[in-house]
Design a protein around this ligand. Structure first.
Ligand SMILES: [Zn+2]
Length: 378
């Protein structure tokens, strides 16, 4: 039994202080609002559920499109040093063969991890594309973008052994609404993204079962007072959780604040959209067959378009707090909200019985420790 005491625990919805956390056999055995004489004294440090990143393409040179389970496992081992204890490896648009290999690799990596992962938990696959709008490709390789194809998607589903948890789709594409209904029927979360959809078309996608928005505001038309468009449709829909890239480059601070005021602590999810060049020095890199130039940590294509980020999720949380988002809300957006959006009620909250996935932060929100299944991995 591991006992950590004198902590300020964010469950994340409630604050417990001075708290004692009891961890046994990989799970939280108890959480009590008093000090414990035999516990390790955390001296008032913050204890928060481990962060969950639902949109990440890689980090530290590891690439989720590589088709190698070893790459995914290496990424999983790297992420705890940024406070991440679970993630959805996310593919970029690529050829059919490459996406098949990437789907297989996720299933293999999950099998190797088993129930005692030595890194962040691999939750499944997020297919970002290929069924997106070429006019809103962003840094997705447009030569591989195609209209929704259910038979093809089922091949990825089989290759991933049913471990596809999310797919990003542009609802205005031919056959997209029917595709969304079928994907939802399989239990896959559909995320609206890389889209030029009107407000009405986005509403139709939500009616068909879409429940997420991929990096809200990015790779979609800007909000206009006479043409509210897809971003406003997603923000206003109480059933839709919205991803935000809070590197303060992709979305201006006041727009992040606007999203938070509308979608609140229940529906904002911080994601990194990080690329394999994340955590590496500035320079030239490849992303899905496109050339990416990273300068001062900002990744762009030759045409100047932003190409994912080099953000880490702990930095995203600090950025959110730096623009005035309350601490509890910032924590929810990296823990309980993504867990729920992924259908994983046991993750993202610190409650007795849940897996002991949590992090320890100092008052400036610097990461001190990361635990996955009660094992200290950072
Ligand atoms: Zn992405």
């Amino acid at each position: 039994m591991l006992i950590l005491t004198n902590a300020r625990v964010y469950t994340p919805l409630e604050v417990v202080e001075p708290a004692t956390l009891f961890i046994d056999e990989g799970r939280i055995a108890d959480l009590r609002a008093k000090r414990h004489p035999r516990g390790e004294d955390l001296k008032g440090a913050l204890v928060v559920p481990g962060f969950i990143d639902l949109h990440i393409h890689g980090y530290g040179g590891h690439d989720t499109n590589s088709g190698e389970p070893e790459e995914l496992l290496a990424l999983a081992e790297l992420l705890p040093r940024y406070g991440v204890t679970a993630f959805l490896p996310t593919t970029v648009t690529a050829s059919h063969e490459e996406l098949l290999r990437a789907s297989r690799a996720v299933a293999q990596a999950i099998r190797i991890q088993g129930d005692r992962p030595r890194g962040a938990r691999i939750l499944g696959l997020h297919l970002e594309g290929p069924y997106i709008n070429p006019e809103k490709a962003g840094a997705q390789n447009s030569s591989h973008i195609r209209p929704p194809d259910w038979e093809e998607f089922l091949q990825y589903w089989d290759a991933a052994e049913g471990k596809i948890r999310a797919v990003t789709v542009a609802p205005e594409l031919p056959g997209a609404l029917e595709f969304i209904g079928k994907a939802v029927g399989l239990g896959v979360t559909v995320s609206i993204g890389h889209t030029a959809a009107s407000y009405e078309k986005a509403r139709a996608a939500i009616r068909a079962g879409a429940r997420r928005a991929t990096h809200l505001f990015n790779a979609m038309p800007p909000v206009h007072h006479r043409a509210p468009g897809v971003a406003v449709a997603c923000l206003l829909a109480p059933e839709v959780a919205v991803e935000l890239i809070a590197d303060l480059v992709h979305v201006a601070g006041p727009m992040l604040e606007l999203a938070w005021r509308v979608a609140g602590t229940e529906r904002v999810m911080l994601v990194t959209d990080a690329i394999p060049a994340g955590g590496l020095p500035d320079g030239h890199y490849a992303l899905g067959g496109l050339e990416v130039d990273v300068r001062e940590g900002v990744a762009r294509l030759g045409n100047g378009a932003l190409a994912g980020s080099t953000l880490s999720l702990d930095q995203a949380v600090r950025n959110a707090v730096s623009i005035g988002i309350p601490l509890r809300d910032a924590f929810c957006s990296a823990t309980s909200v993504p867990a729920r959006a992924c259908g994983l009620a046991q993750l993202g909250t610190l409650q007795p019985g849940n897996p002991a996935d949590f992090i320890v932060l100092d008052p400036e929100l610097n990461l001190l420790r990361t635990y996955v299944g009660g094992e200290r991995l950072f």
